[in-house]
Design a protein around this ligand. Structure first.
Ligand SMILES: [Cu+2]
Length: 267
């Protein structure tokens, strides 16, 4: 016997579901239909942004050991404006300089700062969509720091943030000049994508303190202004995984710490 459809019971369920659906719409409109409210103010006693709390530093390089993977051209054939025959952008999964440094590694203090609370910088961090790529590819921000997403391309993009600990979102970026502000409150690495152009991906690394950096072309980093203590420092790379080192440091000391990755070291 085929299953019964559209019975009285189903209608009742639909009637009961309607108010819930309206409520969801109202919540969605309040949260996403207009620009959401800015981040909450820092709690009393938070260390102001930019205020030094120590004179120690952890500096070093992230390097690739062995032969780095070749970077492949990104085929932007589905979007005429993005297409650059003969001058295609290269994929940004693993970028190793001629000297072996790895670019775009997120280096941050994972633990050791105790219960200190840090106010985020007042200036927004910026992630642009330019040349049909997210720029920068890896952005480091502080929790509750405003992030301005911008579109510099004469095409429609979107920004989809895929979070585990923060609230995921998806906003349309309909053409050049569009900007949208968002923020994340909880430390994690958020995956960013454009659904229209499958090759467009990026990462936003969120920390609840200012001791973080994304390595430049030569793979170098410097975390300055730390108080004496024992820290766990982590280097995270989107394809190669994460490595941690425990770093004891005295007041005023500068410690050299290097990280070395090889292909396929991801867990
Ligand atoms: Cu796009």
């Amino acid at each position: 016997m085929p299953p019964r459809r559209g019975g009285r019971g189903d209608g009742g369920a639909r009637r009961r579901a309607l108010p819930a659906a309206f409520l969801l719409c109202a919540v969605a409109l309040a949260g996403c239909g207009t620009e959401p409210a800015g981040p909450p103010p820092p709690p009393p006693g938070a260390v102001p942004a930019g205020q030094a709390i120590g004179g120690a530093a952890i500096e070093g390089r992230v390097v690739f050991e062995g032969t780095p993977p070749a970077r492949r051209p990104i085929r932007m054939s589905s979007e005429a404006v993005c297409r650059r025959p003969g001058a295609e952008a290269l994929n940004e999964d693993v970028i190793v300089s001629s000297g072996g440094g790895i670019k775009n590694v997120y280096v941050h203090v994972l633990s050791g700062l105790g219960g200190r609370v840090f106010a985020p910088p007042a200036r927004p961090a910026v992630m642009d969509q330019a040349g049909c790529l997210f720029v920068p590819h890896v952005l480091d921000v502080q929790a509750n720091q405003s992030i301005e997403f911008a579109n510099s391309d004469p095409v429609v993009h979107n920004v989809r943030a895929i979070c585990e600990k923060n609230r995921s979102f998806n906003v349309s970026m309909p053409g050049k000049g569009k900007t949208v502000r968002r923020y994340f409150s909880t430390p994690e690495v958020v995956s960013i994508r454009c659904d229209i152009h499958a090759w467009m991906n990026a990462f936003i690394a969120v920390a609840d303190h200012p001791f973080h950096q994304v390595t430049g072309e030569d793979g170098s980093f410097a975390l300055r202004g730390l108080p004496a203590g024992q820290y766990v420092v982590e280097a995270w790379q989107e394809k190669l995984g994460a490595q941690q080192q425990t770093v004891p440091i005295a007041e005023g000391e500068t410690r050299k710490v290097d990280f070395a990755f090889r292909a396929h070291t991801a867990p």
